[in-house]
Design a protein around this ligand. Structure first.
Ligand code: C5P
Length: 221
C-alpha cells in the first residue's frame, strides 16, 4: 500500500479553460492546454486515488483510471464540481474565465457596416472559493495561480482570499502556456517551496507526493 498511498481517497481535479459563449459561433476563454491538470489527475490516480477530472474543452486523452466529466462553461464546471463532491482533495487547475457575456445571442451576430457590437460581461462564479468555503469542503483544497508579475505576493494573497490550503504559483510570463514544462512554487501555511523547472508530469508527481504525505501524517495520528 505504501506505493499507493492515496487508495481510498477521492481527488477532484479541474483542468483546461472554460468557454463562455457569445453566440453560436463565438466565445471568450482563457488560454489553457489542460496539460498540467491532466498530468495531476494521472499522478494522483497512479498513487491509488479515485479521481474525478472535470475538464473544459481540451484536446487531451483521459488518463488511465480517471473518471472524466467534460464541461464547457464556468457555470457548467461549477455544477459538475458540486456533483462530484464530497472529495478528500480538490485541485483546481482550470483556467476558468472570470467573466461571461451578459447575454447569449441565439443567432450569429451579423457584421453590418456600422460600429462593432459592444460586449457586456458579467462575473462567473469562483469555483475554488465556493469549494473552499462550502459545507462539504475537502480536507485539502489546492488552487493554482498563473501570474505574469509579482508571482509570490499574488499567490500568498490568493491563498488567503480564496481560503485555499495551498496555492501552486506559476510564472506564465515565459512560454509555459501550452508547453510541456513548468516552474512552480508551492505556497502553504507552512511556507514556500520553490521547485525547479521540470516537465509538467514531474510537477504533477511532486504535487501528488506532497498530497499523499498529508494523508500519511493524518493516518499516523
Ligand atoms: O483568481 P484567479 O483566476 O487567478 O485564481 C486562480 C485559481 O482559482 C485557480 O485555482 C482556478 O482554478 C480557480 N478559479 C476558479 N473559478 C474561477 C476563477 C478561478 O475555480 N471562476
Amino acid at each position: 500500500a505504501s506505493h499507493r498511498p492515496l487508495v481510498g481517497r477521492h481527488v477532484l481535479v479541474t483542468a483546461g479553460p472554460t468557454w463562455e459563449a457569445i453566440d453560436p459561433v463565438r466565445y471568450i476563454a482563457n488560454r489553457s492546454s489542460g496539460k498540467q491538470g491532466f498530468a495531476i489527475a494521472a499522478a494522483v490516480a497512479a498513487l491509488g486515488a479515485r479521481v474525478t477530472l472535470v475538464a473544459g474543452p481540451v484536446a487531451l486523452k483521459t488518463p488511465a483510471g480517471v473518471r472524466r466529466v467534460d464541461v464547457e462553461s464556468a457555470r457548467d464546471m461549477a455544477e459538475a464540481v458540486r456533483r462530484a463532491l464530497p472529495a478528500d482533495v480538490a485541485v483546481m487547475v482550470a483556467a476558468v474565465a472570470d467573466w461571461r457575456p451578459k447575454e447569449y445571442r441565439g443567432e450569429k451576430i451579423k457584421k453590418r457596416g456600422d460600429a462593432p457590437p459592444a460586449l457586456m460581461l458579467t462575473e462567473n462564479p469562483d469555483i475554488l472559493t465556493n469549494v473552499a468555503g462550502g459545507t462539504r469542503r475537502p480536507a485539502l483544497v489546492i488552487g493554482f495561480a498563473a501570474e505574469t508579475d509579482n508571482v509570490l505576493e499574488n499567490a500568498k494573497a490568493k491563498r488567503k482570499r480564496k481560503s485555499a490550503d495551498w496555492i501552486v504559483a506559476n510564472d506564465v510570463s515565459g512560454d509555459v502556456m501550452g508547453g510541456d514544462r513548468n516552474r512552480v512554487t508551492i505556497v502553504s501555511g507552512d511556507g514556500i517551496e520553490v521547485l525547479d523547472e521540470m516537465p509538467k508530469s514531474a510537477v504533477a508527481m511532486a504535487l501528488a507526493e506532497r498530497i499523499a504525505a498529508v494523508f500519511r501524517v493524518e493516518a499516523a495520528e
